[in-house]
Design a protein around this ligand. Structure first.
Ligand code: SF4
Length: 696
């Protein structure tokens, strides 16, 4: 009989439950977990192919120093020595960790604790900065904390689902399946898709708004104005639970201005505003098209303003909903795995919070100011200000903006540690010390998905070679740096228990994130832990499923804040770079393909790097369908296959970010993206890049 283990898919932020079965011959198969409340047995193509990606081909099986196999002791001693030396000579801010939404919460917790409490710097950032940091910043501005108010079920209960900058069908496929099934059962459920491209998601839409790139602020500021002028706001909710309504209304844009900036036909814009006004149960989902922008935080707040003004928040079938890209972007946020956050959603800028966390950890010091966010972090590496860098479970040489400059920076950094499962990634090949990590199916811990649901990832395979958990590697370095007591963990359950205890320490229930009920969890209960949504405060059983229906925001006065948002100039093109490039994902690949690229089945969907362009643009520049097109920005160039389609708006290109130098030469699309970020969140603007295109 096969041995079955309940675990969680390691790809997107939907966080689907998976049952992995290992047969007597060692063969692994996977199926959706019918009992998991986020997917009820469904899986998408990537999740279904998980068993095809767990072979040992290309794995790092032993620690390596300068390309030579070493013992764990040698490697860990060297890492601790180099980090300690850099700190002693150049100060705590001369070292940095760049981590990942692929890490489990327990890994993230130990990394954050080591850097912020024991090194004394906040130079720990994550590839989640590229994914959802604008949503975090928008939530904190409006709600006073980084809280997602709703649940997946709200998409099924709504009368109107607005998908802003989200290709749900490809990027959160199981959530799309749930929405499509709800719409099939109840055709009155309307779907509006806001996206410059006519994506596969737009095929389900009752209304597709192909706005000009980066004009979402004008679209929603115009909606806000429309709601007020048509008496569609909830005056009682505004009076009882919010601040700043008048200032936001003063900044809202008129219908003609929204029309001009978005470039939409008047009939379409009017219809969107009518639908939103007339539908009480509205959910607005937002993803990378909103977040990955130089105005990403304002876009989020423009959306939140409309939900706050109508009081459509925290009740069944209504509310704003941030869709995280990564499997554990939320878990990372919970433990403070961003350079501008402390653990348990506490504030790094707050002396009281810093003191509380330092006392809980019994730490010798605590970071006193926010650290370097991802783009700034690699700039600091390039400038020689970072003397020792530890990269875990991510491949920034492919995925960071200005990827060639990031590669040069890593190459020039005096000491680079990479923890990964594969030894030949574009980043791993620059490591001074390469540490073998455990992969999906081998490691144990928790992840949190987009609806705040914490699920276990469980090991069902033995670790190959000498691969060890990421938290173990960090703890061993912490011990060697002189902090033996603080990092004396003997398993993931003890780390989770400590994380839960910190969430309730002296502030249980006074903040949004509280899982204090799990503070005393032992290994057996941890192993049996069923998926749950936070909060779960100690002594109070189940927490709320939804937030804010009756106010209770996390600003000191308990009120939400409207934010006066201003539409920014959106067109970056000029005569030399006349096209706007939008980067993104495809259905069957994940990030830089180091794992999903192992499945031959997944590669049959789209086999090679490509760029979509409109037929008339293709004709004008002389690119033929399926021919090669060279795309160039001031930062670099790529050569990819031309996919000529009228799904793409004129004057714009779409290219996926997955391919790396292992799969195709000159296909790293992030080499084109400039290091331009949102001024508040630090999230890169990956969807509005001025480029030139020509036949190759
Ligand atoms: Fe995995 Fe996301 Fe697909 Fe679910 S929807 S199976 S979490 S990739």
């Amino acid at each position: 009989m096969p041995v079955e283990t309940k675990t969680t898919c390691p790809y997107c932020g939907v966080g689907c439950g998976v049952i992995a079965a290992v047969g007597e011959d060692g063969a692994v198969s996977v199926r959706g977990d019918p009992d998991h409340p986020s997917n009820y047995g469904r899986l998408c193509s990537k999740g279904s192919a998980l068993a095809e990606t767990i072979d040992l081909d290309g794995r790092i099986l032993h620690p390596e120093i300068a390309g030579r196999q070493s013992t764990w002791d040698e490697a860990l001693d060297l890492v601790a020595e180099k980090f300690s030396a850099a700190i002693a000579e150049h100060g705590p801010d001369s070292v940095a960790f760049y981590v990942s939404g692929q890490l489990l919460t327990e890994d993230y917790y130990v990394a954050n604790k080591l850097m912020k409490g024991f090194v004394g710097s906040a130079n720990i950032d994550t590839n989640s900065r590229l994914c959802m940091s604008s949503s975090v910043a928008g939530h904190r501005r409006a709600f006073g904390a980084d809280t997602v108010p709703g649940t997946y079920e709200d998409l099924e209960l709504a009368d109107l689902v607005v998908l802003a900058g989200s290709n749900l069908a490809w990027c959160h496929p199981v959530l799309y399946q749930r929405l499509a099934a709800a719409k099939a059962r109840r055709p009155g459920l309307k779907v509006v898709v806001i996206d410059p491209r006519r994506t596969m998601t737009a095929d389900i839409a009752d209304l597709h708004l192909a706005i000009r790139p980066d004009t979402d602020v004008a679209l929603f500021a115009g909606l806000f104005s429309h709601l007020v002028k048509n008496g569609a706001v909830d005056q009682n909710f505004i009076a009882a639970h919010t601040m700043g309504f008048s200032e936001a209304f003063a900044a809202a844009v008129s219908f003609p201005e929204a029309l001009e900036r978005t470039g939409l036909p008047a009939m379409q814009l009017r219809e969107f505003y009518r639908l939103f006004t007339a539908s009480e149960k509205v959910v607005t989902c937002y993803s990378q098209g909103v977040n990955q922008s130089s105005s990403g935080t304002d876009k989020v707040n423009a959306i939140l303003n409309c939900h706050l003004a109508t009081g459509r928040i925290g009740r069944p079938g209504m509310g704003p909903f941030s869709l995280t890209g990564q499997p554990n972007a939320m878990g990372g946020r919970e433990v403070g795995g961003l350079a501008n956050m402390l653990a348990a959603h506490m504030e790094i800028e707050s002396a009281e919070d810093r003191d509380r966390v330092q006392r809980f950890w019994q730490a010798p010091r605590i970071a006193e100011k926010p650290g370097l966010k991802a783009v700034d972090l690699f700039c600091a590496v390039a400038e020689g200000r970072i003397r020792a860098l530890w990269i875990m479970a991510t491949n920034p040489v492919v995925s960071m903006p200005d990827a060639d400059a990031v590669e040069a920076a890593i190459r020039a950094c005096p000491f680079v540690v990479v923890s990964d499962i594969l030894r030949e990634t574009d980043t791993a090949r620059h490591a001074d010390v390469l540490l073998p990590s455990r992969g999906w199916g081998e490691k144990d811990g928790t992840v949190t998905n987009s609806e705040r649901r914490v699920s276990r990832q469980r090991a069902f395979l033995g670790a190959p070679g000498e691969a060890r958990a990421d938290w173990w590697q960090l703890a061993e370095v912490g011990r060697r740096m002189g902090f033996a007591r603080a990092f004396a963990y003997d398993g993931a359950s003890g780390i989770f228990a400590e994380h839960a205890a910190l969430s309730a320490f002296e502030n249980g229930g006074s903040r949004d994130f509280d899982i204090g009920t799990h503070a005393g969890i032992g290994p057996v209960a941890y192993d049996a832990l069923s998926p749950f949504q936070w909060p779960q405060p100690a002594g109070r059983g189940e927490g709320e499923t939804r937030f804010f229906a009756n106010g209770g925001f996390y600003h000191p006065d308990g009120r939400a804040r409207f934010v006066a948002v201003m539409p920014a100039a959106a067109d970056r093109t000029d005569a030399a770079y006349p096209f706007t490039l939008n980067t993104g994902r495809i259905r069957d690949q994940w990030h830089t393909m180091t794992r999903s690229g192992k499945s031959a089945r997944l590669s049959t969907h789209i086999a090679e790097p490509f760029a979509e362009l409109h037929p008339r643009d293709a004709l004008e520049i002389g690119v033929v369908p399926a021919g090669l097109v060279e795309i160039e920005s001031p930062r670099g160039s790529v050569v990819v296959r031309a996919l000529v389609t009228d799904r793409q708006a004129r004057g714009s290109l779409f290219a996926p970010m997955h391919w790396n130098d292992q799969f195709a030469a000159k296909a790293r699309v992030d080499t084109l993206v400039p290091p331009l970020t949102d001024r508040i969140s630090g999230q890169p603007a990956s969807k509005n890049v001025a480029v030139a295109a020509r036949p190759f």
